[in-house]
Design a protein around this ligand. Structure first.
Ligand code: SAJ
Length: 420
């Protein structure tokens, strides 16, 4: 099927790059977002999120007339839903954005259309989306009741791209295609083949949902193992970085790296979608989440101990005179994304409670977020190293790695990333 018009619902970190890549393949793309400001920015050929090279692709797509953004869905041949799926206070998934996206496209659906759910979702969400659509459009038939004869084709095709490498991974990664029926999968493949160079592998919608959750849970469990090791090694006075290097010399061992905790919007969220469905079975997955969530608090305790030790060694000083420098605020190296960042959480907690000066070095941002401006100062590497009594490495940005030798003189160093 030729797919003359493609609509992407949700123009965030996944939806906007996906819309822009379809447009770069000379498809007419209608991007839909509830955020009028984002819509206006995109229609000016600019972007409202940070992702390398995306500005150029969006600018070209808009100026050549292939991409247009709007707040109101319009008819199209395929709809891709890429809206957030957060969890609620009790870790239950919140499908509210999927529900309102489904209800917003329902009035413009027509026979033969394809609707794809791309948002990371708990098992069963695609069937639920199809049920919402069917409820809103009783005049059309859907796969849950009409199977291969349905008017509308439905599939779950989870995104798997790494922030910072989105444009490249969108095209190159293999894609899991979970149609509600084989015909739904076949149509979804023909859509993704417009730009995907990786393999498109067919399964059903529930397996596709679980596959995405499994990928991120697998990474979370592996990081939890490394984080637990780091806390064990601290007790036993063993260098965890050396230990992991040695253990990884075994041909079948590949331990990940400990850190100050797990950040970002996916790995710290998605495992809960498994836990909430199968709480009794998902014991390891839940424990891994708890281990990783506890790591920032463990780091904060270490900082308190370091301050106490410093004051013991310098009895003439008060804690007000102790300066702390935090290196890194982003949720992982070499990006400027501070959302859901353990480094940010730790730095803010220290700044809120420590009576002395707290400085931060974050080479990827120009100014501090408003809620940090009054309690922190943003400085460069040299200033921080010269002034700090306590030094904490929270992110292994390349700028810090390049200045590694300068950290050698830092006393009272807490290195959560094994940089030194
Ligand atoms: N981290 C460690 N130690 C490690 C590796 C990572 O502490 O050895 C931490 C990072 O510092 C960061 C967090 O984990 O705080 C997550 O970073 P990440 O690079 O592992 O993953 P994300 O969140 O940027 O992207 C993940 C990717 N999933 C997998 O690698 C399985 C990506 O492919 C997904 O598309 C993305 O989640 C998503 O959107 O779900």
């Amino acid at each position: 099927m030729p797919f003359t018009t493609i609509s992407v619902i949700g123009l965030g970190y996944i939806g906007l790059p996906t819309a822009a890549v379809f447009a770069s393949r000379k498809k007419k793309v209608i991007g839909v977002d509830v955020n009028q400001k984002a819509v206006d920015i995109i229609n000016r050929g600019q972007i409202h999120i940070v992702e390398p090279d995306l500005d150029m692709v969006v600018h070209a797509a808009v100026t050549e007339g292939y991409l247009r953004a709007t707040t109101q869905p319009e008819p199209a041949d395929a709809f891709l839903i890429a809206v957030p799926t957060p969890f609620k206070d009790d870790y239950e998934p919140d499908l509210g954005y999927i529900e309102s996206a489904s209800k917003s496209i329902a009035p413009v659906l027509k026979k033969g259309d394809l609707v794809i759910l791309e948002s990371t979702s708990p098992v069963g969400a695609t069937e639920q989306m199809s049920a919402w659509l069917s409820e809103a459009r009783p005049d059309l038939t859907f796969p849950q009741t009409h199977g291969e004869d349905s008017d509308i084709r439905i599939a779950h095709c989870p995104e798997r791209v790494l922030p910072g490498h989105v444009l490249q991974e969108l095209v190159q990664n293999d894609r899991v295609i979970g149609g509600m029926t084989p015909k739904c999968s076949a149509l979804a493949i023909s859509l993704y083949k417009i730009f995907v160079q990786g393999e498109c592998i067919v399964t059903n919608a529930r397996t596709a949902e679980m596959c995405k959750l499994t990928e991120n849970s697998s990474r979370d469990v592996s990081i939890a193992f490394a984080n637990e090791l780091s806390m064990i090694c601290d007790k036993l006075d063993i260098n965890v970085w050396e230990l992991i290097r040695l253990a990884n010399r075994h041909p079948r061992v590949n331990i990940l790296q400990p850190g100050p905790g797990v950040g970002g919007h996916c790995i710290a969220v998605d495992p809960w979608f498994i836990v909430s469905k199968t709480p009794e079975q998902a014991r390891l997955i839940r424990t891994a989440r708890e281990v990783n969530d506890s790591k920032p608090l463990w780091v904060i305790e270490k900082v308190k101990i370091a301050v106490a030790e410093y004051l013991q060694a310098n009895p003439s000083k008060t804690s007000k005179e102790v300066t702390i420098a935090c290196f890194g605020l982003a949720f992982k190296p070499d990006i400027d994304d501070l959302r859901e960042s353990p480094a940010l959480f730790i730095t803010k907690k220290i700044a809120d409670t420590h009576p002395g000066k707290v400085m931060v070095v974050e080479p990827n941002i120009q100014t501090l977020p408003n809620n940090l401006k009054d309690i922190l100062s943003l400085v460069d590497i040299a200033t921080a190293l010269k002034t700090a009594d306590i030094t904490i490495v929270l992110v292994d940005h390349k700028e810090f790695k390049e200045s590694k030798s300068k950290f050698a003189s830092a006393t009272h160093l807490i290195d959560t990333r094994g940089l030194i």
